[in-house]
Ligand binder design. Structure first.
Ligand SMILES: [Zn+2]
Length: 296
């Protein structure tokens, strides 16, 4: 029998407690976004505008960040879902665990970090699923099966979404356990978005207020296209915040940007409140749930 729960840094909650959720943010990273008072201020801004929950999508150094994320969550009242897993290999020294540990040991590490407080396994797809990347993905798959955790993907321009989804499917992970991030930055093929959503994967669109990629009008166009094709139930939203953009750190995009600016734009462009609720609440409940006791 399966029971659906979502894992926050402060323990499991019912999906009904999740509320409005942005599914790919960065609120605290040791050595980068690491001023406790400013991160708290940013979360309070979010909470004050109607934000309830968010995913902190930084998988590096979870053990160093976890205690702070727990405190930030308690103090701000925002539920935080943290990540284990791995990011681009170019971010790591060649002596790092991702290179030196075996597939089995890495899987055990992801399981342990999930038990300690992570609520999602974040993985990175850069180019082919070969070599060290292949090892890491196989570790993530094993950990996802053991824990019931969802898996979140960083994808790049050259990522072929259907082949990534197939890699996981062939190893027993259902596509509806997968959250594909940033695909809206790479709109060369909307066909791939349709295929990924058609297979059941969630598409987390986070190129909002990111003019270096495209403007918000283009982002709305992508969302309208997917809604028109009947995939509103597969879209999640986020800002993929960085230190230089966070309002409290001196930037011009606060965590409240979606609530205060982007949703009004969607409404102006004819997206109804029901669809917005679906993308920011209902879909998040399903995408982020753990499926324990279920053989995947
Ligand atoms: Zn990110």
């Amino acid at each position: 029998m399966s029971r659906e729960l979502i894992k926050t840094v402060n323990g499991f909650i019912s999906p009904l407690e999740l509320g409005f959720c942005q599914c790919h943010e960065h609120v605290f990273i040791k050595g980068d976004i690491d001023d406790y008072a400013l991160s708290l201020k940013e979360l309070e801004l979010y909470k004050g505008s109607g934000g309830c929950s968010l995913v902190d999508a930084g998988p590096q150094n979870l053990s160093a960040n976890l205690e702070v994320l727990k405190r930030l969550s308690m103090e701000s009242g925002v539920r935080i879902i943290a990540s284990t897993g791995f990011h681009k290999l170019s971010y790591y020294r060649n002596t790092h665990d991702v290179f030196t540990k075996s597939k089995e040991d890495l899987a055990e590490m992801f399981v342990k970090e999930t038990e300690a407080g992570a609520g999602v396994i974040k993985v990175c797809v850069c180019g082919e699923l070969e070599g060290t990347y292949r090892k890491l993905h196989e570790s993530a798959i094993h950990a996802a099966k053991v824990t019931g955790s969802p898996v979140m993907f960083h994808v790049d321009e050259d990522t072929c979404l259907p082949s990534v989804i197939n890699f996981y499917m062939e190893r027993g992970i259902s596509p509806d356990r997968l959250i594909i991030c940033h695909a809206d930055r790479f709109v060369k093929s909307m066909e791939e978005h349709l295929t990924a959503a058609g297979l059941g994967a969630y598409l987390e669109y986070d190129t909002i207020a990111r003019p270096k990629y495209h403007d918000d009008a283009k982002e709305v166009e992508i969302i309208l296209y997917m809604l028109d094709k009947g995939f509103g139930h597969k879209i999640l939203l986020g800002l993929d915040t960085t230190k230089d953009r966070l309002f409290s750190y001196g930037g011009n995009v606060g965590l409240d940007y979606i609530l205060k600016t982007f949703i009004p734009l969607l409404l102006d462009m004819g997206v109804d409140n029901g669809k917005i609720y679906e993308m920011t609440v209902l879909n998040c409940r399903k995408a982020l749930e753990f499926r324990m006791g279920e053989s995947v």
